[in-house]
Design a binder for this molecule. Structure first.
Ligand SMILES: C[S@@+](CC[C@H](N)C(=O)[O-])C[C@H]1O[C@@H](n2cnc3c(N)ncnc32)[C@H](O)[C@@H]1O
Length: 198
């Protein structure tokens, strides 16, 4: 079975390697794991450096009622690619060989981490509504170490215009804490906005 992910995590991991994120303190975290194909790739990379991957998802495609360009509903897109399978079962199958994955089955707005939790990388690809993207960013940024990075997927992607609105809000609200910003073409011509912390 082909590895099931829709970002191009190889390119995300190449960025992480270029920035030496594996050398920093802290684990990796993603919001929006879907079928876990990307989680597995992150876990393989993380495992080489004794790190964990925290994966946050509702695992109930129908609960995402975001409406994108042209009236497309996010939940319908997720259901279509699942072709009748359970998202959680597909995720478990794709991540089953990794013992460094911590799965958090929850609405990302309700997730908290202990103050002591450190991340060197976070990837945001959950709900594509602006308020969710901004909430996901707030959740991760506070735990991100200096020199660490957060990626916001679907930046400037016309299908989910609210992601770009949220990313622009984040850029202006956190300007003083951001060391550098890169637009990364991860795959399928879709950008991720990568923000590196001072
Ligand atoms: C675009 S998919 C993620 C794709 C994944 N990064 C990949 O490449 O395979 C978005 C995911 O976000 C999840 N999601 C939507 N709203 C969420 C929320 N409020 N909390 C947690 N996860 C959510 C959906 O269930 C879906 O799996």
């Amino acid at each position: 079975m082909a590895v099931e992910e829709f970002v191009g995590y190889e390119n995300i991991i190449a960025f992480m390697e270029r920035k030496g994120l594996h050398k920093l303190e802290g684990d990796f975290v993603e919001v929006g794991a879907y079928m876990g194909g990307g989680t597995a790739k992150l876990a393989q990379y993380a495992g080489k450096y004794g790190k964990k991957v925290f994966a946050i998802d509702l695992f109930q495609p129908g609960l995402d009622d975001t409406v994108g360009k042209g009236g497309v509903k996010a939940g319908d897109v997720y259901e279509a690619f699942l072709q009748g399978r359970s998202m959680l079962e597909a995720y478990k199958e794709n991540t089953r060989t990794f013992d460094n994955v911590v799965t958090i089955i929850a609405d990302s707005r309700r997730v908290t981490f202990p103050v002591s939790q450190r991340f060197s990388f976070g990837f945001i690809d959950g709900c594509h509504q602006a308020s969710f993207v901004e909430s996901d960013f707030r959740l991760l940024w506070g735990h991100l170490v200096s020199g660490g990075a957060i990626g916001v997927h679907d930046y400037k992607f016309e299908g989910w215009p609210e992601v770009t609105v949220a990313a622009e809000n984040i850029l202006s609200a956190y300007e003083g804490e951001i060391a550098a910003v890169e637009e990364l073409e991860a795959g399928h011509g879709i950008l991720s906005l990568m923000l590196i912390k001072k």
